[in-house]
Design a binder for this molecule. Structure first.
Ligand code: ZN
Length: 311
């Protein structure tokens, strides 16, 4: 088996150096573009809702080194200032010593090792869009995960805590494992960043926009979603709130810096459940297809910015 797996990866690497293999893309309704160039040499298929590609060709297209550790059945990718380790058959991934839970396991398929494209590209700083058939990967400029022209960096965006509010130093905990689920057994990845703050600390709209979701959710407790005017393809998600600001309802127009709610510890159960974790803001950024992107680089970019309103 070990020998077999080693061969798989060797073949993957080989394929990357050759012209597109005979089955490349021909039978797949999906396509991956890296910086405008179509990814060749791999079949593409969906697993757990994730587009999967062979590690060798994908790594080559992303400008990464790829190595297979046969003893540990581990795939090592490195480049673009990062390294990441994937284990065959597992969703566990480490990047730069931080643990992540991939949305789909590193999988053997057709004699090769496959990884989820969106997740892998994001680990190495790529921006990802997906329209259901074409996934486009573009390199972000700098180390902060920011591209000029990225609508989430528009000057209209501000930090979710108002100036002077008390909150604790936070870190990038996007993608870390969270074990709670309604059934109590399903492990899922952390789809946002948590910022600890005292109960009742005000929270503000990060941008001018429309409130598109308000009310209880068993994961998020009292939560809210805003569709920003300057980045309408995204939803900014606030969870675990203690309550809402004035005039907050589905369809309400909000302005950057307007109080939309207060920090709490609600969620993880039926309406009214609270106290299962410390008081904090969970902030998520969702794309139109329901997938998330890492809010951490954006929070860092928005923090301490002056308020610039559109209207
Ligand atoms: Zn959270």
């Amino acid at each position: 088996m070990r020998r077999f797996v080693a061969l798989l990866l060797f073949s993957a690497t080989l394929l990357a150096t050759l012209a597109a293999g005979p089955r490349a893309l021909a039978h797949s309704p999906y396509r991956v573009e890296v910086e405008g160039t179509t990814l060749d040499g791999t079949h593409l298929y969906l697993r757990d809702g994730q587009l999967m590609a062979s590690a060798g060709p994908l790594a080559a297209a992303l400008g990464l080194q790829v190595r297979w550790n046969d003893t540990h059945r581990r795939l090592d990718l490195s480049g673009q200032g990062h390294w990441a380790a994937f284990w065959l058959g597992s969703r566990t991934v480490y990047r730069d010593d931080v643990h992540y839970l991939a949305p789909a396991p590193t999988s053997p398929h057709d004699g090769l090792v496959y990884v989820p494209v969106w997740f892998t590209a994001q680990l190495f700083g790529y921006h990802v869009t997906w329209d259901g058939s074409v996934m486009r990967l573009t390199r972000k400029g700098g180390t902060g995960g920011a591209v000029s022209g990225d609508p989430l960096l528009h000057p209209n965006f501000v930090f979710p805590f108002p100036a002077g509010a008390k909150y604790e130093a936070y870190r990038d905990n996007y993608g870390e494992g969270r074990s709670w689920s309604p059934g109590g057994t399903v492990l899922r990845g952390h789809e946002g960043v948590d910022i600890l703050a005292p109960k009742g600390t005000p929270l503000v709209a990060v941008a001018d926009g429309t409130v598109v979701r308000v009310g209880w959710n068993e994961f998020g407790g009292w939560r809210l979603q805003i569709r920003p005017d300057v980045a309408p393809q995204y939803r900014i998600y606030y969870a675990h709130m203690n309550g809402y600001g004035a005039n907050i309802y589905e369809g309400a127009r909000v302005r950057a810096g307007q109080v939309i709610g207060y920090v709490g510890r609600t969620g993880y159960g039926p309406p009214g459940t609270e106290g299962d974790f410390p008081t904090h803001l969970h902030l998520g950024i969702y794309q139109a297809d329901g997938s998330t992107i890492n809010p951490y680089p954006y929070l860092k970019a928005w923090e301490g910015r002056p308020l610039v309103r559109l209207w």
